[in-house]
Design a protein around this ligand. Sequence first.
Ligand code: FAD
Ligand code: DHB
Length: 394
Amino acid sequence: VRARVAVVGAGPAGLLLARLLHRSGIDCVVLESRDRGYVEQRQRAGILEQGTVDTLRRAGAAARLEREGMPHDGIELRFGGVRHRIDFPSLTDGSRVWVYAQTEVVKDLIALQLRDGAPLYFDAPVHAVEGADSDSCVVHYTHEGQPRTLTCDYVIGCDGFHGVVSGAVPAGATRVHERTYPYSWLGVLADAPPAYDELIYAHSARGFALASMRSPSVSRLYLQVPNGEDPDAWSGNRIWDELDLRLGADTSWRLHRGPLTAKSVLPMRSRVTEPMRYGRILLAGDAAHTVPPTGAKGLNLAASDVTVLAAAFAELYDSGSTELLDAYSDICLRRIWRAEHFSYVLTTALHTAPDQSSFDARLQQAQLDRLASSPHAAAELAANYTGTALPRIS
Ligand code: FAD
Ligand code: DHB
């Protein structure tokens, strides 16, 4: 098989890139190691920035999002018995975010791709990529039990945190900057109506908690837990009791309880690979960078990476110019580091580290007090949460 572009991975980055390339008439093939059901059910992000929604609209992939997505104009912070709302539109230039699950974005993009896009192969793991520094690349993968190859101009590694494409880059050609955190998240999905109409981010001495939602009848909830925690150590009752304690529930406010339909523990990491390109190999989304989930940035960064990449390929195959492609990594990294910083700041402000000193705890308190009392501090949070400007690409 031959294509101009090989996209490895059918997560949000790979699927949106394939859709944008299709709209520009650039042929590509998408290779995904897992089956369709697995990819569509994988519970992850829930918040879309305005810029991500705009990109999905431009890609003709927002029909269901317009009907079912829930615009949110703020979030609530809770700590020390205080409830403080951050109002996005008044603190920014009118920005807001959308609650629309990553599972739904992925389902919408897969349906479009299979209907009118380029080939998308499930159960097609990529094992190796050759030729990054030659005239064309060869991708080695398996499909229907058979070893296959795909020859292409460029390979885009959209294969997530544990991706293999970055492994084809020679040692020393890129540099990885990384940080781990001394806590993880236990995430659950519950058949229970959200108890509040906005997201609640709570800090307490018992740890962080987040109350989010998927629909008017489904809640998505997270609890800070120690690294290496066994999800089976958390029964339904223990989870609900702990959420009530950390979210500061009282007699006037309490979570609605319901059956838990999913439960897993997620580690938290920050990582950036620089540059995001080696010859004919380019990395996008989690394959190039990850953030701890607190700031809700991962999926949105994946979307902005591939927006730039799609524009760069449109320019290349239109005019022969590699100017934008050559600038891809620099353009994206500026926005990525902004999101890395924000995600780090919000994570460390809201979690309770196991080795936290009394000095650290007081600093954290001072930071939260500032967010609740200063419109300047709140505006900085709002601007980052709703998303800093997309890279200028024209
Ligand atoms: P992925 O979604 O990881 O997709 C990579 C794909 O590549 C996968 O389908 C994988 O199966 C495939 N693949 C891997 N290896 C191979 C191979 N060798 N061959 C072929 N295919 C391969 N982000 C937000 O913006 N907002 C949020 O609210 C938010 N909340 C989150 C909550 C949680 C609990 C988690 C875990 C993440 C959250 N994120 C959030 C982050 C977001 O989910 C990720 O950043 C996003 O999934 C990145 O998309 P991606 O396409 O780059 O990678
Ligand atoms: C969700 C996840 C996040 O990491 C976040 O900051 C907000 C919402 C969610 O899954 O709904």
